[in-house]
Design a protein around this ligand. Structure first.
Ligand code: ZN
Length: 477
């Protein structure tokens, strides 16, 4: 893979007068950036305006690591429906930068009969010309064979240590037999399986029954995928990982049952980590009101939003450490022309919500500002833990030598959400009307100010592939 030079002269930047918040503490301090990296952090660095190329006055603001979003679907084709997610790697990473994200890990999809290496090379060619922030990608395994198992070791050692699997979803589904093989190989070489957990037999059965009963509108998407199908598959994936002696990360936990399986497994020492997403933290199953007609399609994602008791359980799991990260699962589709394709048949609605830009603000507002999470836990959930979980050695912390990926946030500044104030190429926001704090005034990526007091200043394609190392199960967050 091509990587840019580390030695280019990127100048120097002093972020002065703010409160530096990391996963382990908060302290009034200045941050000095040189050549794209953090050079020094402290209350009195002895550096004046004349000594640097630029000074940002962060008085009253919090200086935090840029967000790392390990679950985005940009330019992601849904072959079955003939649609592609509405953001490409330019609009999607621009939206991310406005929302305080400085690194994404997206996905590269293995074609049936194709190799993972081809999937990697093809995807790199799609991302690299467009991304304005740094990127990695997980390889989605859809077709397990001897060739795939044989190429995994080299991929893991060359910066691609994580593999996504779907336990449901038609021809992308991986059965238990193949999942065991993938886990064994991943465990042997320092790989990590990242699993979408829903019981495929149960989902398929429930969809067929709903359709046979004439329950075809968008609201029935949710009742075709109840919490039990998620909890069962989550437990099964964890058990298989335990059996194989391999680490596993459970994608988008939405229910108390799944969260409990994760917590129980961690308590007995299994190398399991889990994420949840903002939509499951601020929305509940009331969005699936049959009386709302096709508008409900705006909220169709898998797993779906749950009854409110699950929402509370997820916040508890974030606070007590049994869920370790919040990603967006950004899978944006336009309402007109994409979501509306399934007004009369929920199986034809592309699954997913836009969320890359609102992820940090939602967790900030509903977590930190409301007192459910400490500021340090916010940083841990959105940056430090994702870096550790997915092998990003240069990201997610504010320490000398780390990449200067930073956000400067005025904790009091509030934005009312509409699709128009956001930057995704979609015609709605699931969070329309919410008032959110936590948007950055400045976003800095490897020392470059890419959002400058609300103005985009990044060049298309400036993002680089991130360095990633194999995963040490003993080092999971
Ligand atoms: Zn996803």
């Amino acid at each position: 893979m091509r990587r840019g030079s580390r030695m280019e002269d990127k100048g120097s930047l002093l972020i002065r007068g703010g409160t530096v918040v990391t996963a382990t503490g908060r302290v009034p301090a200045d941050v000095l950036v040189r050549s794209g990296r953090i050079d020094a952090v402290g209350p009195d660095l002895g550096v004046g305006e004349a000594d640097v190329d630029r000074v940002i006055d962060a008085s009253g603001c919090w200086v935090m690591p840029g967000g790392i979003d390990t679950h985005t679907h940009l330019a992601h084709p849904i072959g079955r429906l003939g649609v592609t997610t509405a953001d490409d790697f330019y609009t999607g990473t621009v939206a991310g930068a406005f929302g305080g994200v400085t690194t994404i890990i997206d996905f590269g999809l293995q074609e049936q009969g194709g190799t993972l290496t081809d999937a990697r090379d093809h995807r790199f060619g799609v991302i690299d010309p467009d991304a304005i922030i740094d990127f990695g990608f997980h390889l989605i395994v859809t077709d397990v064979n001897d060739g795939v198992l044989a190429e995994m070791g080299d991929l893991i050692r060359s910066g691609f240590p994580s593999f996504k699997v779907y336990m449901t979803y038609g021809d992308k589904k991986i059965g238990d037999d193949d999942l065991i093989l993938l886990l064994e190989v991943a465990g042997e070489h320092g790989g990590l399986i990242y699993a979408h957990c829903e019981n495929d037999c149960a989902v398929t059965h429930l969809i067929e029954r709903h359709l046979a009963e004439g329950k075809t509108g968008p609201a029935y998407h949710a009742t075709s995928r109840p919490p039990e199908v998620e909890a069962e598959a989550t437990n099964r994936a964890i058990m298989l990982a335990e059996l194989a002696g391999a680490p596993i990360c459970i994608a988008h936990v939405t229910s108390s049952g799944a969260a409990r399986h994760v917590a129980d497994a961690r308590a007995r020492g299994v190398a399991v980590a889990a994420e949840t997403c903002p939509q499951y933290l601020v929305l509940d199953s009331s969005v699936y009101d049959p009386g709302a007609g096709c508008e409900v399609a705006k909220f169709v994602c898998s797993p779906p939003m749950r009854e409110h008791s699950h929402v509370d359980a997820l916040w508890d799991a974030l606070a007590d450490g049994s869920i370790q990260q919040v990603s967006s699962d950004h899978a944006p589709f336009r309402y007109e022309g994409q979501k509306t394709g399934g007004c009369d048949n929920f199986t034809q609605i592309p699954n997913g919500l836009p969320g890359i830009e609102t992820r940090l603000p939602i967790v900030f507002t509903e977590g930190v500002a409301s007192g459910r999470l400490t500021p340090e836990r916010f940083v841990e959930l959105t940056a430090t833990a994702p870096a550790r979980l997915f092998g990003l050695t240069e990201k997610g912390r504010i320490e000398p030598g780390a990449d200067a990926d930073l956000i400067v946030v005025d904790p009091e500044r509030e934005v009312e959400i509409t699709a128009d104030v956001l930057h995704s190429d979609v015609d709605y926001s699931p969070y329309e009307g919410m008032r959110l704090k936590g948007f950055p005034t400045w976003t800095i990526s490897r020392g470059d100010v890419i959002i400058d007091n609300g103005v985009l200043t990044a060049e298309r394609g400036r993002g680089r592939q991130v360095e990633r190392i194999p995963i040490d199960p003993a080092n999971l967050p």
